[in-house]
Design a binder for this molecule. Sequence first.
Ligand code: MEV
Length: 307
Amino acid sequence: MGGAALTAHEGAACGKVILLGEHAVVWGVPALAAGISLGATAIVEPADSAVSSLEIEGASSELPPQEAAAIQIALEALSTACGVTCPVRARVTLAIPVRAGLGSSAAIAVALARALFGRAGTTPSHEMLIDAASAWERVFHGNPSGIDVAAAVLGGVIHFERARGARSIPLSCPLSICIGLSGRRPSTRAMVDQVAQFASRKGGMGEQIFAEIRELVSAAEQALATGDLRALGKLMDMNHALLSSLSVSTDDLDGMCTAARRAGALGAKLTGAGGGGCVIALAPGCEQAVLEAWQGLGFPGLHATIA
Ligand code: MEV
């Protein structure tokens, strides 16, 4: 490792919103996601003890003990995947809330992977970053589709399909997205398991819903290509309705979507695993009105421009 041994290495990665296709993506349906400028930054230094450690600023003290144990396992898996065999002291700063559906876990993994590869003296390809960060994600999410990691690595807007991976989608105009935080923090794994149970209980209904989501995703890609934001908003509304029928929405999320539409948003939906977490609203020109409507309901929000 030579001179790299004594140096601190840094990495950063973006959080994400899923524009359309969450949950169905686990079952092989394509999905559209976008990196947001808020995310994670990581610093990795040589450890002064025999064991690697990770401190997540602002979040470490919130974590239950079993999650702290999983983080240790995930850090070892990630370090090995990045070719770092000596113990490290890692620190992460997060600009997005954890367990809110904004890809905090993937952002942490990719930021750490960039720093760890730097420590190993390697310039990683996108594939190397995705493979390494996926080793971390598997510890927490069991069988993730990989969309969060792909969005954190690539940024911008991506088309993601489990069997084929990710490709970047050029935008014909920037997207102005408001993100509303419900404050509830569900486990992605629990929500994915819940959808699997729904799909197995309800005969072919799960497959039918996934097929409809596939159509919406395909139409949304067209809308993005032509800059038809009205169509994109309607497709987001329809995706939310299908997610509700998969039982992953909540009264709060439904209320936030309705409030956003009333405030002028072109469309609104839950984003990520649901059961709490966040909603997104496509809100060009009415960002303030949407954020105020959520505030009136007691939910904080933030604004992201995706270009
Ligand atoms: C989580 O951001 C999105 C889900 O589709 C799970 C996954 O893709 O692994 C709910």
